[in-house]
Design a protein around this ligand. Structure first.
Ligand code: 3DU
Length: 215
């Protein structure tokens, strides 16, 4: 196993229950770069789960809130979430540079430039170029791109400023493959169900981690 700086796997911990979340996090932490927390876990366990996951694993925590509101509301939400210990917040870019900027003023931000589900082709993909331009201007920590479409990840990589990371959900349950999307230019893969809903989350995380090595 390598140091955490070499790890490229992010666990999407989309369970409701605090105990289950902490147990899965503890068992898989050795193979992860970070843990991503989304609404299901925050609604099920409260915001304090961010603080606890950090304490238990020592890993960075990404709050996947997909913030998409006016600057003031984005700011009100983001300040509480960063206060709870989140290291990164995911925000939508389509709401405009002022809304994204409000989050970026408070901490490290990740902007959605394209999503992984089929419906992303309806409204998001047509404006991906604009969202990439926004990211290049604001220079966030990273962007979200679809692991289900490696050719789109290559495209986004080719347009994105050097240094902005690409994080890709959609590996496993949604059909994307870790090795393929990393080869296409992703920096990190985000995996939820294939790890937390498997018989043995630690072993599933290990297999995925091995797949990310040497790509
Ligand atoms: O499909 P999975 O179970 O591996 O979970 C993927 C996670 O990533 C989940 O939290 C989902 O809300 C998030 N996500 C996407 O799946 C696709 C996106 O474009 C953005 C986030």
């Amino acid at each position: 196993m390598s140091g955490s700086e070499d790890r490229r796997l992010i666990l999407a911990l989309d369970v409701y229950e605090r105990e289950r979340a902490l147990e899965i996090a503890e068992h898989t932490a050795d193979y992860l770069w970070a843990i991503k927390v989304n609404w299901p876990l925050i609604i099920g366990s409260g915001l304090g789960i961010i603080t606890e996951l950090k304490q238990v694993t020592g890993l960075p925590i990404i709050a996947d809130l997909k913030l998409a509101d006016i600057p003031n509301t984005n700011r009100l939400i983001a300040s509480k979430v960063f206060e709870a210990g989140a290291d990164y917040i995911i925000a939508h870019g389509f709401v405009g540079r002022d809304s994204v900027g409000a989050v970026m003023e408070l901490g490290e931000t990740i902007i959605v430039v394209e999503m992984s589900h089929p419906g992303a082709k309806e409204f998001i993909q047509p404006v991906t170029d604009k969202l990439i331009e926004l990211a290049n201007e604001l220079e966030p920590f990273g962007v979200i791109a679809p692991a289900t479409r490696p050719e789109r990840v290559s495209y986004i990589r080719s347009k994105l400023k050097h240094g902005i990371k690409i994080l890709t959900p959609g590996v496993g349950a949604q059909g994307g493959r870790a090795g393929e999307v990393l080869k296409a230019g992703a920096d990190y893969v985000i995996v939820g169900r294939s790890i937390y809903a498997s018989e043995n989350p630690r072993e599933s995380a290990r297999i995925l981690y091995e797949e990310t090595l040497g790509v």
